[in-house]
Structure formats: C-alpha cells, structure tokens
Design a protein around this ligand. Sequence first.
Ligand SMILES: Cc1ncc(C[n+]2csc(CCOP(=O)(O)OP(=O)(O)O)c2C)c(N)n1
Ligand SMILES: [Mg+2]
Length: 909
Amino acid sequence: MAVHDQDPYSTNYVDADPAETQEWSDSLDAVIDERGRERGREIMLNLLKRSKERHLGVPMIPLTDYVNTIAPEDEPEFPGDEQIERRYRAWIRWNAAMLVQRAQREGVGVGGHISSYASQATLYEVGLNHFFKGYDHPEGGDQVFFQGHASPGNYARAFLLGQLGAEDLDGFRQQQSAAPHGLPSYPHPRQLREFWQFPTVSMGLGPLNAIWQAQANKYLENRGIKDTSGSHVWAFLGDGEMDEVESRGQLQFAANQNLDNLTFVVNCNLQRLDGPVRGNGKIVQELESYFRGAGWNVIKLVWGREWDDLFARDESGALLNLMNVTPDGDFQTYKAENGGFVRENFFGRDPKALELVKDYTDEQIWGLKRGGHDYLKVYAAYKAAIEHKGQPTVILAQTIKGYGLGPHFEGRNATHQMKKLTLEDLKNFRDQMHVPITDAQLEENIYQAPYYHPGADDEAIQYMVERRRALGGYVPERRSKYTQIALPEAKTYDITKKGSGTQPVATTMAFVRLLKDLIRSKDFGARIVPIIPDEARTFGVDAFFPTSKIYNPNGQHYLSVDRELLLAYKESAQGVINHVGINEAGAVGSFTALGSSYSTHGEFTVPIYMFYSMFGFQRTADSIWAAADQLARGFFIGATAGRTTLAGEGLQHMDGHSHVIASTNPAVVAYDPAYGYEIGHIVRDGIERMYGGEHPNPDVMYYITMYNEPIVQPAEPEGLDVEGLLKGIYLLRGTSASGPRVQLLASGVAVPWALEAQEILEREWNVAADVWSVTSWTELRRDGLAADEHNWTNPEEEPLTPFVTKRLAESTGGPVLGVSDYTHTLPDLIRQFVPGDYATLGADDFGISDTRPAARRFYKIDSHSIVVRALQQLAVRGEIDRSVVAKAIEAYDLHNPKAGTSGTAGGDA
Ligand SMILES: Cc1ncc(C[n+]2csc(CCOP(=O)(O)OP(=O)(O)O)c2C)c(N)n1
Ligand SMILES: [Mg+2]
C-alpha cells in the first residue's frame, strides 16, 4: 500500500491553473500572517462550508502531514524542572526493569514486561507530574486508565514515592507466596484494592470503559448526584490494542456525547506483540483519519524538539515528504540500527533532505527523538487536550518500544516478550539511566540487580512527592468510602407480595412494577439507574419514559412523533434511564462505571442493567469479568430468559446456559426465581448487601433471570422460608399424599410445570411429590463446596452439612429430580450435595423456534417428562414396576412435541 493512498487530496491530483492556485494560497498565508491562525481557520472553515453548499464534493480532511499538530511556536512553557523530572524518571525506569528482571530469579521465573513501559514512561510522567489529579484535589480526582502490561512502571514509581517497599516489588506476580507483599501482574483493583482503580489488561476494554467512565461522570453531574466537572478521564492505550473492535466501537458515541472530559493517549510505538502494527502503512495516520471521522479532536505528537530545526529549514518540503511516505516498518527498523543507517536509509532517499543533516554527526542523527519521549511536546499536547471543549481528544504519540534498553530491545520484533537483560544490557542500561550501581553489584547475580532509591530526603524525590501533593495525592489510588443513604423502606417491596390475583403476569413485569416503586423510594430511588440496550418496550420499561426520561446530555431538540401519547419518548439531560442503543458492550461499560461510582466519586449509584438474557453473559462475559475485577456493584437482569420460554425466537435468542456462564464469575450471585415475591426478597437482599454497609462482602453483582411467559403470580405464602429462598432452595408445596415419594426440584419458569407434574403424579400414578423452588443452583453449589472444603481440611472438627443437603433431609424422602429451562449442567451443579438418587432434565442443544409446549416436550423438560422421569427413578429403585414407566410414555406420547401441554401463549419478545 502506498502510504499516501489514504489522503484524498494527493491522489491523482492535477492542478489546472497553478498560478491562480498560488494566488489563493498566498492570500491565505497573508491572512494568517496578519490576523493569526484562528482567523485563518475561520476563513478555511467558511470556504469549506461554502464549497459544500455549492456541491463541490470536497471531502472532509481526514489526514494531515506526518508531523506534530502543535507547531513549536504554539507550545506553552513547560512549568516543571525538566532536569529533575528526567532524573527520577530514569530511576523509575531502572526499577521497573529490575522488578521484572528479579522476577526471573531462580525458583520464581514468573514473567513480566519491560519494553512497553519503557516506551510509555514520559507519557506517564508528564501526566503524573503536571496533570493527573488525585482524590484529594479540590476539583475532585481524575480517572486514569493505565496500560495493563506497563504495570511495572506504576509499581516502580510507587516505590520511589514510598507507597510500596522493595519487598513489594520483589513480590511481583507472587501474590500468595510473597504475601503480604505480593503484587498482581496487572491492574487488578479486586486484588490490590487500595492501589488500582481500573482493570485494563483485557485489551479493548480499557478504551471502552474509559469512554463510559467519562459518560458516567457527565451523567452524575447532570443528574445532580456529584459535581464531576473537574474530573478528567485519561486512557493509555497501545497502538496494537486499537485493533480490538471494543477499542473503536464506541468512538462515535463519545463524540456524540461531547465527552470533552476524556483524553485517549495512544502509545504509537509501532509494534504489538508479534511485530509491527502496520509495517506497510502508518498507524498514526490511520488512527488520525479514523478518530477524526468519528468526531474527535486529534493531536499528533510525532517528533521531538530535535526535529524542529530540520523542519524549519525544510523549505523544499523534502523532509516532510519523506515523513509522509515512509512506512512504519522502516521507522521501526531505523531505531533498531544506528545514526549512520538513518542518514543513509532515511535522509539519503532525497538529496535535499540529506543536505539538511550534512552538518550533523551520526550521534546527533541518532539523537533525533520521537514525540512521545519529549517532555515539552507531551506537555503541550496534554494541555491542549484538557483545554479543548466540545469533543473528546486523542493524542497519537509516536514512541519506540523498548526505548533506552539498548540494541537488544529497542525496536526489536521480539521485544514485547523479552524479560531478561544480559549483564551487558544491564551495564548499558545502568549507564543510560545514571544509576549509581557498580559493575560488581551487577556481576554478582544478574537476577539480583539492585533497585535504586536515593532516600526520601533526596531533592528529586522531594520534588516528586511535592508534585503529587499539589495534585491531590497518589495516582493510581483506590478508595471505597462513600456517602451512605438510607435503604428503601420494607414496604417498598410490598407490591411483590400480593401476587397478581387472576391476571397472568410475567416475572419480567412483576420486576418492572417493583422497579417503579424502588425508583420512587425516598433519596435511595434517585440513585437507581436503569440501563437498557434498546429493549425497553420488550420488558415494559417504556412505562418509565415519560416520568424517568431517557438521559441525553443534549436534551431533545425535535418534536417527538409520539408526544401526544401517554408513554411518549422523552429525552432529557436530567433523564434517569441510560438508554445505550443496541449496544450490549456499551451497556456493560455503563454498568461498570456507575456500579463503581461509590469508589471513584464517593457517591453510589445502583445500575440495573436489563438485557435479553442470551446477549448478556454469552456476549459480554469478559466485560462482566472486568466489572467484577473493578468491584462494581449492581444488578444484571437477564430478561426473556430460558431455552423454551421466549416463544418462537429460535437459535440465537434462546438462552439455555447464561446461569452456567454466570456461575464462572466469582462476584456474580445468580438467581433463577419463579415468582414475583421471590424477586422481591432477592432484590431487597441484594440492595442490603451491596449498599447497606454491613455485609462483609458487598462487592458483588446480582444476576436475576426473568421470563416473559404470563403466569398467575401467587401471593407470598404464609411463613415463607426466606432464608431458604435466599440461600437457594425452599419447599414450595409439600405433599400429604401417600404412596411412593419423589422430590421435584425446579427453578424459574419450570416451577409451574413441576407443580403440574406433582398433581399428575398424585392423580394418575399415586405418587407423592414435594415441590421445591430452587432459586439459585449456583449459590447452593458454592455453599456445598465451602462445606466440603471445610470438612476435608478440618478432619477433626464436626463436619458441616451443605445447605441443600440439610433442607432435603427435611423432606419426605424418595429420589430427587432437578429441572429448569436451562441445560442439564445447571441442576447438575449440585449433584454431589443431593442425598440419594438424583436425576436431572435439561434443554441441551441449540434453541429452536416453536411454541413453548412443543419446545418443552422436544427437550423433554415439560410436566409429562418430569412425571415419566420420576416414575422411572422409582422403578429403578424397585418401588414401582418398570411397565408403569412404559405405559406413561405411551399415554403421554412422550416423543411427540405436538403432544406437549406445558406453557401458555403470549408475552412480548
Ligand atoms: C484481549 C487481549 N488479547 C491479547 C492480549 C495479550 N497481549 C498483551 S500485550 C499485547 C500486545 C500489545 O501491543 P500494544 O497494544 O501495541 O501495546 P504495547 O506493548 O506495544 O505498548 C497482547 C497481544 C491481551 N492482553 N488482551
Ligand atoms: Mg504498541
């Protein structure tokens, strides 16, 4: 690919009248010279507007030359002491590399990354010395998303500041074995709770979550929950990382929301893990056009100050042209060679360019730096970014991967994964970093090369500490104190206790009614934020549109088509509902930012993210994992749940396994309730646990599945076993019948079929069945595993009994049968804790499009399948004759989906 193909102004460009063109060009120059750049820009914008009105088809400018956006003459004065700042930057860089080096010592060998931080150091340092605000800043703290695998740099800085000690650095990647000094590999707030704020190392989630963090900041402000106007969100990203769809997918959204409180800094070191990001092209140019097209303010930071003079003398444009046409692969190679090579292979390609450096030594040519390593240029870019209004800003900073680590590392394709410095590398690096460590110290054992700290009284350390003090404290730092608000009163949940009389109501609707009352509750209600990816009508949440309104920072500037209707679509800057569009990834981003506002801003919100259950855990489990790492709290509502309940939708929609995926996330507490009153207790328990201030582990996210099948909601039974309901199982309807006995365990929408099976068993086969509502298979499993571990590790203590074992021991006995609208895996999760014979039914395989009764019969999970399976269990035990089972199969025409009767028609999808 010819690099310039990206520029529509330069391809096949033929000028019909060069002299006239020159006159226009001269006029523009004159305006700029006399009236300034601003005026020049105004005229150009006006001309572009006019050209559009006259339909000239002039494309938007997607691309500028391969030079810095900010001209040297427009650079602000650098307010710091560059010499001092560079001095301790070198120490941080040394310690960061030694932390990884020492982690390779014998018997440890746990890995780590050296080269990424080496390329990032200046980008971080300028921010940490002059921009990033800590929690105690009078304007409030910033939120900084650090690049995950550059974490050794953050740890090394914390060491100089006294936040961490040398034992901590030596505990890198040995969280348990070096406890209490172990440090996690990457930014994990859950595992280093007072340090990291944002988990970023799953590439693509950092940029996405940073956008939603900025959105959440504006939301909190618009809603009057917290003044966040002084908080800025910074995200440090790799150029390779920008290939992730999650990195790019929300860019336009950020621009549409005018997120000028957000700055992306893309570290364009031109390399990713395996090799060049765009060997044949130019990643900075590509990202420039992409971001600009999405509506961002773009600042390119390509060259260091050493180039300024060359560009100033480049009257012919020869150097500029070389910059524009040289592909990244060559720029990478230059930095793996030497000054002479650059002279010959870069400047040498054009005699006029070569002429520019004729008086330069090879060393001087080698010393021509890249923008991302230059304090003055970085400072200018950051300042311009935070002062820019109305748009988010991206800074595209060109750097070198492995910068300063010597010829074995700099620009090498393998540099990303190189974790060890040789003795020679160490000596070179020590010299470059001016660290007072002797050859002998290095020679003793290269894996014990010492850290360097000059002592807290050192002038540079004092400067460094003072900079952080002036900016409001450490970054990163995480706090978790927040303003307490009284929880909703008990009566708020009353609506769920009454049942629905004779009216059939789906559990989704029962929940939405509860949500309405929760939002109305005093003080607390204002903290509840429904998040919806374009399914409000499906779930009945459109009922909230006129009162709660949809959040849009720009308000509503059009006449709504349904303004006369009761449920009119209302957008407002003070809107409560976070309607994210068809955008599950964004919805989790919003959930994460809002669910952790208790920590980032000291003010909690309660995100309630309602999604089409198939598109929740299946689609965005990695993001939900990151939300857990970030200790987000809130509710996931998997609506339209079940493999057979969402009538007719078929394969992509029918969720038969979200609970199984949810069970893999340790921070997710999942429930599959059958009735509204169960939901009432679960939601109340969740709110108390997360925001009540008393639970030892409040950092959880509740996942509750809801169905769209209308059923009569029973009133809450007298003497309900609330403890059992919350722990995962309670006896819903026992039996007083005589005859052989079975225990039916059912969850969610399967509970009504299990009750039907109970009746059939008694009426047609004289079998007595107890029916249990299993509200959470996954919590029962966790409880069982905990008891198990306690028992085998404490052999001499009284053994604990798992909750489900205990409850079932209170039953009338007989074989146990588990069923749900999910795969066998779900009821199988408790197998080892169920006393006696246990069989399960499940909707395995892909979802199909059909009616509910037919689908349930097809998977053999319906009431008649339960009956037959229970009879068969009794037959195996010799309690009834096997011929009875065969008779039942025939009587129910078991293999015929058309013979199914479990389930009603109706319900939205
Ligand atoms: C989703 C995901 N895929 C893969 C990785 C593994 N990985 C870690 S760093 C890296 C390369 C990063 O390159 P770049 O984004 O350019 O960052 P640099 O180190 O060059 O600054 C990869 C592939 C990951 N962390 N996350
Ligand atoms: Mg890179």
